[in-house]
Design a protein around this ligand. Structure first.
Ligand code: RFL
Ligand code: PHB
Length: 392
C-alpha cells in the first residue's frame, strides 16, 4: 500500500491530522494498534482550549461538541478551606474552555473518517519505520495476522508515549527531558451530578483533589494518591469521604458532594517528558509521542491538537507548492508551545499537590502562591492565559 502521509496511531492527534489533511485533499492512512471499541472507551482528558474547539469546528467535527459540550468561563481554586474563582474571559481577553471528553472527540473523528476519509485500520500494529532519511520511508505493520508495508512521502508518529515511532529517530540525534512525580491520581467516574458548575482544583493538607464532569449527570473526580496505589484499596465510601475532606470549606461546614454509583476507577501516574527534536528527515512526531505533561493543567490533548494543526498546515503547503519551509520549522514551532505547557503543567502540579514528606515551609510557599493568584489580577491572568491556551 502507498499513501502520501502515513499516520501511526488513531488517538486524537492521528485522527485530527487525518481529518485536516482529508479536508485539504491530501491522502493519508491511519494505522491503529487497538480495536475501535477500545480507542473509543479509553477514559482520559476532558478540557478543550478555545483553539482546539475552533480547530474541531473548522475541521467539520464540532457539531456534537457544540450540542453536548459545556462551555466554562472559569475555575475554582480551593485552598486553606476557602474558595476563589478565577474568571477566564475578563483575564484572558475573552477566552474560555469547553468541557467535552476526549472519548467523544475520538468517537466524532472516527465516525467522520470512516464515513468519507482515507483508510483507518484498527488492529494494525506498527512494528518499525524504515528509511526516514530517504525519499520513501516505509512503515512495517501487522494487520489480520500478516506483515504488511505502507510506503509514504511522510511518516507521522501519533502513537502516544508508549509508541514505536519515536525510537526511529536516531538515538544520537534525540534528547529526552524528563521528570516523574512522587504521586499519582486516582480517577473515578460516578453517576452523580457535577459538584459545581465549574471545575474545582483543591489544595489541602490531605493532598490534591479535582472535581470535573462529563455531563449533567456524570461527574469525573480525581484524588492525589501515593504512586503504585492499587485502586481496589479504595472502596467507594473511602473515596467519597476523602473527597469531602479535601474539598471542605470553613464557610459552609455542611457542604458535601452528592454521591452516586462509581462506574470506573483507575490510577494514573504523572510524568513530564519532551523529546527533541520532534522531527527527523521525513518523520514527524506529534502529541504524546513527543511530549507528556501531568494532567493538572489539562494540556495533554490540547498540545496534541496544536501539533497536528501546525503539521497539517505544513504538509498542505508542501503539497501545494513543494516548499518544505514550514515542515523544516515544525519542531521549533511546536517546542515553543510545548515548553510553555510543560512549565504551566509543572507549576499547577507542584503548587497544588502535597509531596510525600513535604515540609511546612514548602506548604507555606504553595499557599502564598495560591493567595497571590486569588488576590492579584496579574497573577490570575497568568493562570487564565495559560489554562485557556496561549497563541504561540
Ligand atoms: P494517544 O491518545 O495516546 O493515542 C496514541 C494512539 O496510538 C496507538 N498506538 C499505536 N498504533 C499503531 N501501532 C503502534 N505501535 C502503536 N502504539 C500506540 C494507541 O493505541 C493510541 O490509540 O496520544 P495522542 O493522540 O497524542 O493524544 C494525547 C492525549 O491522549 C493525551 O495527551 C491526554 O489524554 C493526556 N491525559 C490526560 N490529559 C488531560 O488533560 N487530562 C486527563 O485527565 C488525562 N488523563 C491522559 C490521561 C493520558 C493517559 N495516558 C497516556 C496513559 C490518562 C491517561 C491514562
Ligand atoms: C478531566 O475532566 O478529566 C480533567 C479536567 C481537568 C484536568 C484534568 C482532567 O486538569
Amino acid at each position: 500500500m502507498h499513501t502520501t502521509v502515513g499516520i501511526v496511531g488513531g488517538g486524537p492527534a492521528g485522527l485530527l491530522l487525518a481529518r485536516l489533511l482529508h479536508n485539504a485533499g491530501v491522502d493519508s492512512v491511519v494505522l491503529e494498534r487497538r480495536d475501535r471499541a477500545y480507542v473509543e472507551q479509553r477514559q482520559r482528558a476532558g478540557i478543550l482550549e478555545q483553539a482546539t474547539v475552533d480547530a474541531l469546528r473548522s475541521a467539520g467535527a464540532g457539531q456534537r461538541m457544540d450540542r453536548e459540550g459545556m462551555p466554562h468561563h472559569g475555575i475554582e481554586l480551593r485552598f486553606g478551606r476557602r474558595a476563589h474563582r478565577v474568571d477566564f474571559p475578563s483575564l484572558s481577553g475573552g477566552r474560555g474552555v469547553m468541557v467535552y471528553a476526549q472519548t467523544e472527540v475520538v468517537k466524532d473523528l472516527i465516525a467522520l473518517q470512516l464515513a468519507d476519509g482515507g483508510p483507518l485500520l484498527f488492529d494494525a500494529e506498527v512494528r518499525s519505520v524504515e528509511g526516514a532519511d530517504g525519499d520513501s520511508p516505509a512503515i512495517r505493520y501487522v494487520h489480520e495476522g500478516r506483515e504488511q508495508t505502507l510506503t509514504c512521502a511522510y511518516v507521522i508518529g501519533c502513537d502516544g508515549f508508549h509508541g514505536v515511532v519515536r525510537h526511529a529517530l536516531p538515538a544520537s540525534l534525540r534528547t529526552a527531558y524528563e521528570r516523574t512525580y512522587p504521586y499519582s491520581w486516582l480517577g473515578i467516574l460516578a453517576e452523580a451530578p457535577p459538584v459545581y458548575e465549574e471545575l474545582i482544583y483543591a489544595h489541602s493538607e490531605r493532598g490534591f483533589a479535582l472535581a470535573s464532569m462529563r455531563s449533567a449527570s456524570v461527574t469525573r473526580l480525581y484524588l492525589q494518591v501515593p504512586n503504585d496505589t492499587d485502586p481496589a484499596s479504595w472502596s467507594d465510601a473511602r473515596i467519597w469521604d476523602e473527597l469531602d475532606a479535601r474539598f471542605a470549606l470553613d464557610a459552609d461546614p455542611r457542604w458535601r458532594l452528592e454521591r452516586g454509583p462509581v462506574t470506573s476507577k483507575a490510577v494514573l501516574p504523572m510524568r513530564s517528558h519532551v523529546t527533541e527534536p520532534m522531527s527527523h528527515g521525513r518523520l514527524f512526531l506529534a502529541g504524546d509521542a513527543a511530549h507528556i505533561v501531568p494532567p493538572t493543567g489539562a494540556k495533554g490533548l490540547n498540545l496534541a491538537a496544536a501539533d497536528v494543526i501546525v503539521l497539517a498546515r505544513a504538509l498542505i503547503e508542501w503539497r501545494r507548492t513543494g516548499s518544505t519551509e514550514l515542515l523544516d520549522a515544525y519542531s521549533d514551532t511546536c517546542l515553543r508551545r510545548v515548553w510553555r505547557a510543560e512549565h504551566f503543567s509543572h507549576f499547577m502540579t507542584t503548587t497544588l499537590h502535597a509531596a510525600p514528606a513535604q515540609s511546612p515551609f514548602e506548604t507555606r510557599l504553595q499557599l502564598s502562591q495560591l493567595e497571590r493568584v486569588a488576590s492579584s489580577p496579574h497573577a490570575a491572568a497568568e493562570l487564565a492565559e495559560n489554562y485557556t491556551g496561549l497563541s504561540l
